[in-house]
Design a binder for this molecule. Structure first.
Ligand code: HEC
Ligand code: HEC
Ligand code: HEC
Ligand code: HEC
Ligand code: HEC
Ligand code: HEC
Ligand code: HEC
Ligand code: HEC
Ligand code: HEC
Ligand code: HEC
Length: 455
């Protein structure tokens, strides 16, 4: 018997390569099943919808933060006679958490569920689409008819206005003189005649980073602490930059000596009235301890060349104190304090120090967090800082810097989040009302019926 030789090639030859081109009863059925049945189903769905019924749909998984309520549909859906599921009202959402409106000027209020899309298993329900903002911001209308902000926005990297602080003509309103350029030079004169090279984080760091400041004053620490906790309360939860303070960032190099008799002793960094009282006390105590000093002739102060003064001889101790306080204040007001401050000599014998007016938030209409960007060099964003010689310069980065990373997500998600919610709040949370909890655990978990009628 000769053996049958069945190679794969001969086997393959037996397959009719044209089989799919000819009609066949099974294939006709397949066509019906794949095209016809969905068509029928769709027709049925449309029919159901026309009748107002909703049970035709099956719902997808709830958002992660709501998934725990999966067994109690009634928390959001109010059962209604005739239809099992009624439309979800905003009131149902507000029973559990308040969400204040956006702007008093808005012309209508969209429904919660138009932005927060449920039943898609969202990881973050608050990650709303740009379309939900653009329904108004693509062509902004206000009740009073005059929008106060850019009226047409269409995506962060496509059509978003430059930050308004950078508008031509805007300046930093701060009144503390600071020349960034000078302080960032190598070989800057540091404390006790040392040479140092300062970096941004010697003066600027986020609050809460427990490290010590290299150029802080040791004596003045407690006064400075007060300033920061007060400022923190203004700024909300994200760690802001500590505002520049004399005691923490300047004191080690810029000292406030007032008279050689007192060596390195300094006046308090405070209002002129406080400094004045301090000086009277110091000189008063000195003359009480050294009565002979009253008749000493005072050498003129070479630190103040503009005031070639005739040496004055005091007739008694109180006049001596008066002269010495005057001299010390002359040095302080016209040289020491003046280096950093604008002093106004208009009212009364003592000058008034202009308010420092250091801006705590440059972008009040957006959120920003340095922490999320800590991998970057400060100057990658604040490109103008190292060459700035004047406080009036604005050093906040331009939108073009942000747009290099924050963009509309491509298919590979190769950018940082670029949708509106990343940087803006929609709800005006300052107006949030307290929520009174009203559900028991079995009600929330769906093991007991809901008692509360929905309002
Ligand atoms: C956290 C609130 C919430 C819970 C809990 C919830 N849903 Fe929904 N559901 C919604 C929202 C919001 C919509 C969008 C409908 C709308 O615009 O009114 C929706 C829509 C639906 C729809 C489509 C109705 C339509 O109008 O298109 C069905 C069906 C549905 N849900 C079923 C369920 C079922 C079943 C459960 C319980 C397993 C459930 N839902 C629990 C919030 C909820
Ligand atoms: C039964 C109570 C309950 C109801 C009803 C409810 N929520 Fe929530 N919601 C919660 C809880 C609990 C959280 C998670 C804790 C938190 O973030 O406050 C939450 C979180 C959220 C969040 C933030 C979390 C995220 O994923 O971004 C949004 C947005 C939200 N809910 C919107 C809605 C909307 C819109 C509705 C109405 C369709 C609604 N909720 C109905 C209880 C509820
Ligand atoms: C219902 C219309 C409407 C929707 C939707 C809307 N806005 Fe607004 N928005 C306004 C109006 C009105 C103003 C105020 C305009 C004015 O006072 O001139 C405003 C102002 C703003 C401002 C500047 C003022 C401020 O207080 O910060 C920002 C930022 C903003 N909206 C962001 C958003 C974002 C992000 C979304 C989407 C989550 C959004 N808006 C959705 C109507 C809307
Ligand atoms: C000697 C301390 C010191 C150093 C070092 C320093 N700064 Fe400043 N910076 C200040 C003071 C004081 C102010 C407030 C006065 C002002 O507005 O110019 C300020 C203000 C700022 C502001 C907000 C003001 C505006 O106009 O935008 C930015 C941003 C800033 N600095 C960034 C930097 C960066 C970036 C570096 C490093 C390259 C740096 N600073 C180094 C002291 C310093
Ligand atoms: C090296 C710079 C520098 C010198 C010199 C200096 N200050 Fe200041 N001063 C600051 C800074 C920075 C602030 C803002 C934050 C703070 O309170 O430390 C400030 C704030 C003040 C304030 C509060 C201003 C306000 O906003 O109300 C007063 C008052 C003041 N200084 C008085 C003085 C007096 C008086 C002198 C001289 C004896 C003096 N300062 C010397 C840097 C300086
Ligand atoms: C590490 C030491 C050091 C620290 C810290 C320091 N400075 Fe200075 N500062 C100097 C030196 C040195 C000069 C003189 C530089 C020069 O003229 O070349 C100077 C100069 C200045 C001047 C005059 C600048 C000009 O335009 O000539 C001002 C104003 C000033 N500092 C403010 C401040 C303030 C405000 C702080 C704290 C926020 C501060 N400095 C912190 C060392 C320091
Ligand atoms: C990467 C962050 C970021 C994203 C994303 C973003 N913005 Fe902004 N937006 C800002 C900053 C920062 C400002 C300046 C805020 C200020 O001046 O106080 C701003 C300003 C605005 C303003 C006020 C404009 C004016 O005239 O001063 C509006 C309105 C606004 N954005 C809406 C939107 C909308 C709508 C989207 C989504 C399409 C969006 N933004 C996306 C950061 C962002
Ligand atoms: C991703 C860009 C970016 C980087 C990187 C960055 N900043 Fe900023 N910085 C900003 C923006 C935007 C603001 C305005 C925020 C606001 O006040 O609303 C700001 C504000 C500031 C201010 C003014 C005070 C404040 O908190 O608003 C200081 C000071 C400052 N930055 C210092 C620094 C220093 C120091 C570094 C490096 C450690 C740094 N920044 C890195 C973007 C950046
Ligand atoms: C080098 C890329 C890069 C640049 C430039 C950049 N960002 Fe970001 N930003 C990120 C990354 C990464 C995150 C965190 C991840 C995310 O949310 O996508 C982030 C997060 C944020 C957040 C959310 C922070 C939080 O904790 O919720 C805001 C707001 C933001 N950026 C605003 C800005 C602004 C405004 C600028 C321009 C001044 C800017 N970013 C520039 C990469 C960048
Ligand atoms: C125009 C779109 C829009 C509408 C309408 C809207 N939201 Fe929001 N909601 C947002 C955006 C964007 C955020 C994230 C930014 C913020 O916190 O404002 C948010 C945040 C929230 C959060 C907090 C999320 C968190 O991080 O804790 C809750 C809760 C919430 N919304 C509930 C509601 C409820 C309830 C309604 C209806 C009364 C509603 N929202 C209407 C866009 C919207």
């Amino acid at each position: 018997m000769s053996q049958r030789t069945r190679t794969t090639k001969t086997l393959a030859k037996r397959i009719d390569l044209q089989y799919f081109a000819r009609p066949h009863p099974f294939r006709r059925w397949r066509l019906w099943l794949s095209v016809g049945v969905p068509l029928i189903a769709l027709g049925w769905v449309v029919g159901q919808r026309a009748e107002g019924g909703q049970k035709a749909y099956s719902s997808g998984p709830l958002a992660h933060s709501h998934a725990v309520f999966t067994q109690q549909c009634g928390l959001c859906h109010v059962a209604r006679t005739g239809a099992f599921f009624a439309h979800v009202s905003d009131q149902a959402c507000l029973t559990c958490h308040d969400a204040p409106v956006h702007q008093p000027e808005q012309t209508f209020t969209p429904q919660c569920s138009s932005c927060h899309v449920e039943h898609q298993g969202a990881i973050r329900l608050a990650a709303t689409s740009d379309a939900s903002c653009m329904q108004c911001h693509a062509n902004l209308r206000t009740r009073d008819g005059q929008p106060h902000y850019a009226a047409s926005i269409g995506g962060f990297d496509r059509q978003h206005p430059e930050f308004s602080v950078l508008a031509p003509g805007r300046t930093d309103p701060g009144r503390i003189k600071l020349n960034h350029y000078v302080h960032l030079q190598p070989n800057l004169m540091g404390p006790n005649n040392t040479r140092v090279e300062m970096s941004c984080d010697d003066c600027h760091r986020a609050t809460g980073s427990g490290e010590t400041w290299p150029y802080a004053s040791t004596e003045l620490h407690s006064a400075a602490l007060k300033l920061t906790s007060q400022d923190l309360n203004q700024r909300g939860s994200k760690a802001p930059m500590v505002p520049p303070a004399f005691a923490w960032h300047c004191a080690a190099c810029h000292t406030l000596q007032f008279d050689n008799r007192f060596g390195n002793a300094q006046v308090p960094h405070d209002k002129p009235e406080v400094v004045h009282a301090f000086l009277i006390k110091q000189f008063g105590e000195y003359i009480a301890a050294h009565p002979a000093a009253v008749h000493e002739v005072e050498a003129s102060n070479r630190e103040l060349p503009e005031r070639a003064r005739i040496p004055r001889v005091a007739r008694n101790a109180s006049e001596w104190v008066e002269f010495r306080v005057e001299d010390a204040e002359h040095l302080l007001w016209l040289k020491t304090c003046k280096q950093c401050h604008t002093l106004n000599f208009t009212g009364g014998p003592l000058p008034e120090v202009a308010k420092s007016s250091i801006t705590a938030r440059w972008l009040p209409h957006a959120e920003f967090d340095h922490q999320a960007h800590r991998a970057m060099a400060c100057t990658a964003c604040h490109t103008r800082a190292p060459n700035s010689r004047d406080t009036a310069d604005i050093l906040v980065p331009s939108i073009q810097i942000c747009q290099q990373c924050h963009r509309e997500q491509g298919p590979m998600k190769e950018s940082a989040e670029g949708r509106c919610f990343e940087c803006h709040q929609y709800h005006d949370w300052s107006k949030a009302k307290r929520t009174k909890g009203r559900f028991s655990i079995p009600e929330l978990r769906g093991t007991a019926r809901l008692r509360m009628p929905k309002n």
